[in-house]
Design a protein around this ligand. Structure first.
Ligand SMILES: *[C@@H]1O[C@H](CO)[C@@H](O)[C@H](O)[C@H]1NC(C)=O
Ligand SMILES: *[C@@H]1O[C@H](CO)[C@@H](O)[C@H](O)[C@H]1NC(C)=O
Length: 428
C-alpha cells in the first residue's frame, strides 16, 4: 500500500506521496488495529480479584471492533462466562499469555454447563502459551459421588457454532468436567494442545467433539482421567495425528446410540499416536438399541506402552447398567469400514484386542486388523484377542492372533464398558 504510487501525474503524485508518508508514520498509533488488553478494562490478574466483568467489557469492545483480545501475564480469576459472536472483525484473535483461573464452585450457578464458552464466532484464533485452570481438584471432584452429579460438572472450555476455529498451544488444567468441548463447528484446527488432570479425576475428558465436520487435531499431550478424545454423533472428516495420550481412557468414537438415539460418525483418521499408561487405546463403542452408524474409521501407526485395553470395538457399551444386563437388542448402530493398522507395543492386561460385535445381521462389517503386535507388559501376563460376531480380515502378522466366534460362546471382558460408574465409585 505504502509504495504503490501512480507516477503519471507528477504534482498529484507528490501530494499523494506526502499523504501516504504521513499515513504510514501515523499508522502504528492510529490506523493499525490495536489489541484490547483486559488490564486496560480493569482486570487485575492477581488471582484473587474477580476479573469476570473486566474480561466481559474488554471482550465486548474487541468483538465490536478490532477483534484482537489479549489476556496478558498474570492470574485472572473468572466465573462462568460467555464470549459470544458474531464479531465485527473477519478474524478474531484471543492471545492468552497468562493464566485464567476458575472461581470457586459456589460462584457457579446450578447446572452451569461450561465455565468459559466461545460461541457464534467465525475464524476465532485462540493462541497460547497461557492456560485455563478449572480448579476441579479442589472445587469439583471431591463433590462427585456415585449419583449422576459428577457427570454434570462444567466443561472448562466450550466452542459452539464455530467456523474456522484455530486453537494453538493452549493449556487446560484440572477441568471440573471435560476440558474442551467442540460442538457444531465447521473446520477447526487444534494444534499442540496441552491437557492435564490426574488419572483419577472423574469424567475429565480431554476433547469432546460432537456434531462437527472437518477437524484437524495435531501435536500435543493429553493426560487426564477420562477419554483423551471422544468423537460423538454428527461428526465426520476428523483427523487426529501426532499426539500423546495417557493417563486417560484413550481415543474413542462414541459412545453412539445412547438411549435409543440415532447417531453417525464417519471418516475418522487417527494416526501417529503414543498411548502411555492409558486405560484404553483406540476404541469404538456403541450402545444396544441405538441406530445410525460408525463408518470409515482408521487407526494407524499407533504405539502403546502399558495400556490396559489397547484395541476395543464394542457394540455392548451400556453405561449405568450392570455388564451382565447389557443385551444385544435391536436395532444396533451399524459399524463398518474399520481398520486397525500398524499398532504396536505393550498391554498391561490380558485383553489386548477385543472385538465385541452385535449378532444382529449387518451391524458389524468390514473390520480389518493389519500389522498388529501387542505384547504383555510383563511375562506373567498372557495376552489374548477376543472376538465375537465379526468377520475380521487379518493382514500381515497380527499378535495376539484373532479368532472370531459366534455369539456368547466366549465370555467377553465387559468390565471396561462400565467405566463411568466405576470411576464415580473410585472418586468417593
Ligand atoms: C484429513 O486427512 C485426509 C487424508 O490425508 C485429507 O484428505 C483431509 O482433507 C483431512 N481433513 C482435514 C479436516 O484436515
Ligand atoms: C508432533 O508434536 C510435537 C508436540 O507434541 C511437536 O513438537 C512435533 O514437532 C510434532 N511433529 C510433527 C511431525 O508434526
Amino acid at each position: 500500500m505504502c509504495n504503490r504510487v501512480d507516477h503519471s501525474k507528477a504534482a498529484y503524485a507528490t501530494v499523494a506521496i506526502l499523504i501516504i508518508i504521513v499515513a504510514c508514520v501515523l499508522q502504528p498509533q492510529y490506523l493499525i488495529t490495536s489489541e484490547i488488553d483486559v488490564k486496560a478494562f480493569g482486570a487485575i490478574g492477581d488471582g484473587i480479584t474477580d476479573d469476570s466483568s473486566a474480561l466481559k467489557k474488554a471482550w465486548d469492545v474487541a468483538c465490536g471492533s478490532t477483534g484482537q483480545f489479549k489476556i496478558p501475564t498474570g492470574s485472572f480469576l473468572v466465573g462462568p462466562m460467555k464470549f459470544s459472536g458474531p464479531c465485527k472483525a473477519k478474524t478474531v484473535v484471543v492471545n492468552v499469555v497468562g493464566n485464567v483461573k476458575a472461581q470457586p464452585r459456589t460462584a457457579f450457578p446450578k447446572n452451569t454447563d461450561t465455565w468459559i464458552s466461545f460461541e457464534y464466532i467465525e475464524n476465532l484464533v485462540v493462541n497460547g502459551p497461557g492456560s485455563f485452570n478449572g480448579q476441579g481438584d479442589t472445587n469439583w471432584w471431591p463433590f462427585c459421588d456415585r449419583t449422576k452429579n459428577c457427570e454434570a460438572n462444567p466443561t472448562s472450555l466450550g466452542f459452539h457454532s464455530c467456523k474456522g476455529l484455530k486453537l494453538i498451544g493452549v493449556t487446560s488444567i484440572n477441568s471440573p468436567g471435560s476440558h474442551l468441548a467442540i460442538n457444531a463447528c465447521n473446520g477447526a484446527t487444534i494444534k499442540n494442545i496441552n491437557i492435564n488432570a490426574p488419572k483419577k479425576s472423574p469424567n475429565t475428558d480431554g476433547i469432546d467433539i460432537s456434531s462437527s465436520v472437518g477437524l484437524n487435531i495435531y501435536g500435543g499431550n493429553i493426560a487426564t482421567g477420562d477419554d483423551c478424545i471422544a468423537i460423538n454423533g454428527g461428526c465426520s472428516n476428523i483427523n487426529i495425528t501426532n499426539l500423546s495420550c495417557g493417563p486417560g481412557h484413550g481415543i474413542s468414537v462414541g459412545s453412539l446410540g445412547r438411549n435409543g438415539a440415532k447417531e453417525a460418525v464417519s471418516n475418522v483418521r487417527v494416526a501417529g499416536i503414543n498411548f502411555i499408561g492409558a486405560k484404553n487405546g483406540v476404541r469404538i463403542k456403541t450402545v444396544p438399541g441405538g441406530s445410525g452408524s460408525a463408518r470409515q474409521i482408521t487407526f494407524s501407526n499407533i504405539r502403546m506402552k502399558g495400556v490396559t485395553n489397547p484395541i476395543i470395538l464394542s457394540q455392548f457399551y451400556c453405561p449405568h447398567v450392570d455388564p451382565k444386563d447389557c443385551k444385544d437388542i435391536a436395532p444396533a448402530v451399524q459399524v463398518s469400514g474399520i481398520s486397525f493398522i500398524d499398532i504396536k507395543g505393550t498391554s498391561s492386561s490380558s485383553d489386548a484386542i477385543n472385538i465385541d460385535c452385535s449378532a444382529i445381521r449387518g451391524s458389524c462389517a468390514g473390520i480389518t486388523l493389519e500389522q498388529i503386535n501387542l505384547q504383555p507388559v510383563k511375562s506373567s501376563i498372557k495376552v489374548v484377542a477376543t472376538c465375537q460376531n465379526a468377520k475380521v480380515q487379518v493382514i500381515g502378522p497380527v499378535f495376539p492372533p484373532v479368532v472370531c466366534t459366534t455369539a456368547s460362546s466366549i465370555m467377553m471382558p465387559l468390565d471396561h464398558d462400565y467405566d463411568e460408574r466405576k470411576q464415580a465409585i473410585a472418586a468417593t
